[in-house]
Design a protein around this ligand. Sequence first.
Ligand SMILES: Nc1nc2c(ncn2[C@@H]2O[C@H](COP(=O)(O)OP(=O)(O)OP(=O)(O)O)[C@@H](O)[C@H]2O)c(=O)[nH]1
Ligand SMILES: [Mg+2]
Length: 461
Amino acid sequence: MDGLLSDTIGAISTAVGNAGISIIRLSGPEAFSVAAKIFRGKGNFYEYPSHTIHYGKIIDPDKNDVIDEVLISKMAAPRTYTCEDTVEINCHGGYVTASRILDLLYRNGIRPAEPGEFTKRAFLNGRVDLTQAEAVMDLIGSRTEKSSKVAVSQLEGRLSDRINKLRHQLVEMLASIEVNLDYPEYDFEEVTADNCIQNISLVYNELKNLIEGFQYGKILREGMEVAIIGKPNAGKSSLLNRLSGKNRAIVTEIPGTTRDILEEYVNILGMPIKLIDTAGLRATENEVEKIGVSKAIEVMDSSDLILFILDADSGFEQEDADILEKIEKYHEKTIYVVNKTDKKDEDKLNEIKERIPEVLEISVLEDSGINILEKEIYQYVNKSNFDTDNQLLVTNARHKKHLQQTLADLEKALDGIKAGMTMDVVSIDIKSAAENLGYITGHQVSEEIVTNIFERFCIGK
Ligand SMILES: Nc1nc2c(ncn2[C@@H]2O[C@H](COP(=O)(O)OP(=O)(O)OP(=O)(O)O)[C@@H](O)[C@H]2O)c(=O)[nH]1
Ligand SMILES: [Mg+2]
């Protein structure tokens, strides 16, 4: 057996903290012998059938101390998460009990699992591929139902199936080229420039579609970034507090209250949104405020959507005109909102409506118009024609990078064929493309990448 997998690992698999129960998981060749040593229940642990659960006690064999009453599950390789012998101990929750059991296990030859090591073993033992392993991580981190749906679909291997199919097409093409070159005496079907271009283009277009879905996938995974922009005192922080349901930002009637960028994750109609509150935009001499203003301008550029907040209490002012000018180039990704419509000063409101006809009227104070704003934000994300339930989405930056490299390789191959290069030269680029696709699913992957990916897992998974 691989040296890396010959030891037995253990960790608390449930969240750290006070809870009804905690689950400690062991995986590896010594899992059963160590469990047998510290568990006292009815009968002999070794004789329990696989995939059964048993009541008993965890005893420190050195001191004969009872540590906890537990339920223990025994699962024999290979039908387990890691494909190795696995034991799960359901003990009472709370950090102290679980830590005492863990400590006992470590004293008896179990090694503490590194973050993601259980899933890494599942990968190294061939039970899941890399995209599936990464999906486990996404699932743990998903903030909404939609993003967890995408992760589950990757966990089921849909993305890997597609990538493998495309990779297989390239490998077949390589094989045909090689057969043609190496065995000209045999009567194989000739690989012509035309059918090569055709085959490569098919793969190329499919990859392109996958990459185009990335931006939307990223929004689902990490949350769409929505920046709240406007002049001081318009009610930006009040809106952040209202949408997040928390008293997150300081709100005062003093213009220039918010100085720094504030971020808060909110869930709008099932969509993860990263709301960003910013400093009110105005010309200022105050050094701190100046930095805040320039940060707000940066955020305008990087965010996926801007909410430009105007103020019905003050009407349309020079500061609004200045912002309007700055925001013009982001018109496509801006929702215009006028707050404080409870003030009922029709003239001032009309002043704003004249300048910005399509402005959404809200009052954070009276909680009016907020639902409509939430719907608009939601619709903005969904106006891209993505059917999240059925569309295969690339959500992971690592996958996207390799897809882009594959595309570049295929472009080179296509250019080469068109420039009349010989097939053995062209096949170098096709081979590189196939390799790049292999990196995504881990069919060809260096230890370095594997380690890098699994380090980001939480311990116990
Ligand atoms: N009447 C009324 N007052 C509001 C409304 N929303 C916010 N305010 C008040 O407007 C003032 C400014 O609110 P903030 O949320 O701090 O405004 P801001 O845009 O974050 O201001 P800066 O951080 O200074 O840029 C506070 O006194 C709020 O209570 C509203 O809908 N109606
Ligand atoms: Mg503020």
